[in-house]
Design a protein around this ligand. Structure first.
Ligand SMILES: [Cu+2]
Length: 456
């Protein structure tokens, strides 16, 4: 695939994420529809043709769903595509039957059919929703959107901006999504990377802000395989939440922000730019920095910066898992190109169209990787014996990494493990049901890196 060289930088019109509030709670009213459908979108810069994408409600990304903490999200999902699909609500501590995993928690919704999603959102934070049926193709074609659960007491910021980072693999002539969804190179190496990178469905997103304005930035990595490494220019502040979950105290933002596929980070930043532009920049594979989001400065909101913000209010059930009582488990991650799996084993894997194994199995398979008792604390060692990074995502429950000296890290739902790395995560199995544990580099998930656990 040749790389995509836009002829000029252009701000694309008409594709912004429109905020739609989800009305909560009226059991006797029909749920608001959420419709999967094809639509044309101007992903590529002006001058290129529009791209046919698979969308929610005709928008790219899908409509921004916003609701208050401890209310219900009710949506009648309508499938107007010509393939089966389903919706996963990523990072929500959800009732299992609503988790949207075709073949595990529900049947895929057939073309022309509908499915009512109705669930409580117990935790405030930044989440997202995306297809979970042939997700490598369906997410790459556009089926994702932001899901924002608002705190009862909102933090003191002037604005709240959701930034969905994504990439698309487009044919450089026609600007259509390249349909090579079973490319062995993607499946066996780093996954499916796009050749056009953008934010909120646009190639070169630009915002405006005033000096000393305080913004909450909710960054969501919706890409199939790309880990974004970002740095701020003319914006400075604090990291306040990871994968939706608030941190006990705001932490100064690291020099480089690393966001693996499916991960989120919430920042509270002040506009400190001395000139007329601030920005979020992205590190390229060539070690150069590129503009990801530009921020044009239009005057000043005040004369001085404000004090350090308060921490976000904690979510319910953020208590630490009991390591002393925890059941130890180990999952080896093996396979892929250059990974040292014996050739005979690799050959038989490839005969079934797979390239990777989790815990010795190219999944999804029966029985589950583990059966856990409700309320049981678990510590799971993940051993990455491959030559690639992976973004391991557990459905239904957040976990914490076990760090040096049995210290526990922040709550997350997706962990980036680099080639050759070892990590240990711990969680309390407090949500009953069948939960996927898979790589969120979606080509890897399609090629064997899909396991599941059962909590009962
Ligand atoms: Cu992976």
């Amino acid at each position: 695939m040749p790389s995509f060289h836009p002829t000029r930088r252009a701000v694309l019109a008409g594709l912004g994420a429109t905020a739609l509030s989800a009305r909560a709670g009226f059991a006797d009213s029909a749920p608001i529809p959420l419709t999967a459908q094809r639509v044309l979108a101007q992903i590529a810069p002006k001058g290129y043709p529009q791209t046919e994408v698979w969308s929610y409600d005709g928008q790219l990304p899908g409509p921004q769903l916003r609701l208050a903490q401890s209310t219900r999200l009710r949506r009648r999902f309508v499938n107007k595509l010509d393939v089966p699909t389903s919706v996963h609500w990523h990072g929500i501590r959800i009732a299992n039957a609503m988790d949207g995993v075709a073949g595990l928690t529900q049947e895929a919704v057939a073309p022309g059919a509908s499915f009512d999603y109705d669930f409580l959102v117990p935790d405030a934070g930044t989440y997202w929703y995306h297809a979970h049926t042939h997700s490598m193709e369906q997410v790459a074609r556009g089926l994702s959107g932001a899901l924002i659960v608002e705190e009862r007491d909102a933090p003191d910021v002037d604005r709240d901006e959701v930034l969905m980072l994504d990439d698309w693999r487009l044919d450089p002539e026609t600007a259509q999504i390249a349909p090579d969804f079973s490319h062995p190179m993607d499946l066996s190496h780093g996954g499916r990377f796009g050749n056009l990178i953008g934010t909120n469905g646009r190639y070169n997103l630009s915002l405006t802000a005033k000096r000393h304005e305080r913004l909450r930035l909710r960054l969501i990595n919706a890409a199939n395989a790309r880990t974004f490494v970002l740095r701020l220019a003319g914006l400075s502040g604090w990291q306040v939440a990871l994968d939706g979950m608030p941190q006990p105290t705001p932490e100064p933002i690291a020099q480089n922000i690393v966001l693996a596929p499916a991960q989120r980070i919430d920042l509270i930043v002040d506009v400190t730019a001395a000139g007329d532009e601030a920005a979020i920049d992205r590190l390229g594979n060539d070690a150069q920095w590129y503009r990801q989001v530009g921020v044009q400065i239009t005057g000043a909101a005040s004369r001085a910066r404000r004090a350090v913000p308060a921490a976000l209010p904690p979510n319910p059930r953020m208590e630490l898992p009991d390591l002393a009582q925890a059941r130890p488990l180990e999952m080896k991650i093996e396979g892929g190109a250059m990974g040292g799996m014996p050739m005979s084993q690799m050959r038989s894997l490839m005969q079934s169209g797979k390239f990777w194994t989790l815990g010795g199995q190219a999944g999804p398979v029966d029985p589950p990787f583990a059966r856990l008792s409700l309320g049981e604390p678990v510590r799971l060692r993940m051993v990455n014996d491959t030559a690639f990074p992976h973004a391991m995502h557990l459905h239904g429950m957040h976990f914490r990494e076990v760090l040096e000296g049995e210290r526990l890290g922040p709550m997350r739902d997706t962990l980036l493990t680099e080639a050759g790395a070892r990590h240990e995560i711990a969680f309390t199995a407090d949500n009953p049901g069948k939960w996927l544990l898979h790589c969120h580099m979606l080509a890897h998930a399609a090629a064997g890196m899909t396991a599941w656990i059962e909590v009962s």
